[in-house]
Ligand binder design. Sequence first.
Ligand code: DGL
Length: 256
Amino acid sequence: MKQPIGFFDSGVGGLSLLPAVSAILPNEDICYLADEAFSPYGDKTHKEILDRARAITLKLLSFDCKLIVLACNTATTQVINQLRKEFTVPFVGIEPAIKPAALTTQTGVVGVLATKGTLNSQLFHKSSLEHGSKIQLVEQIGTGLVACVESNKIDDPSTFTLLESFLNPMVDRGMDSLVLGCTHYPFLIPVIKKIIPQHVRIIDNSQAVAQQIKRRLTELDLCDTSNTTSLHTYFSSSSKSNLSRFVKHTINFLPL
Ligand code: DGL
């Protein structure tokens, strides 16, 4: 019997990972759960996020998921270690891609745009010390950006203005690499590109996460070898879901 890979996020953000995952794991069934009733996670307490992550893990396990992807930087940096202690199912998470940015920056100035929950987490501090000690990290909380994506305001002038207020000071400080530390932000790339100079590289972790999912499935002998068409199913915790609108666009979207 086919077992799906479970994905969850506070909303539609985690969908930004799916093109990279489908590209290298085309046979795998996917079960995506958007916790839209509790979005955004970025300002929630550690306990609130842990409670949601536990409940969603149980839900995904009831769908027989063989591996669970925390398709959310905030949930990963806040609670993945605790989930790994409590559940036997394998988890894969996503964290801001500081390491590749630190390796390729020319100016030595790397910007990280992420939620408050991610930037304040112990895991992020550990990664910054490990990979960012020789460079200057310019951290910026993207307050309001998740709501811009969730409420379909990507092309709204107010989103442009908000992004400008975050990005221009980072550019002024010499940033040549911008790490997108929230899975909602890749949906904003067309707007971000209108604001930052061309030489600034936009870095996100979706390819690396897809590779990690494949590596874990292979190690655990859980890859789907059935050669049958994959089935993607989507669930939301909210009756006012944005998922269907986003799912339609995701496959052809995400111009990095
Ligand atoms: N997409 C999420 C992340 O990567 C969640 C952001 C939020 O809900 O605030 O952090």
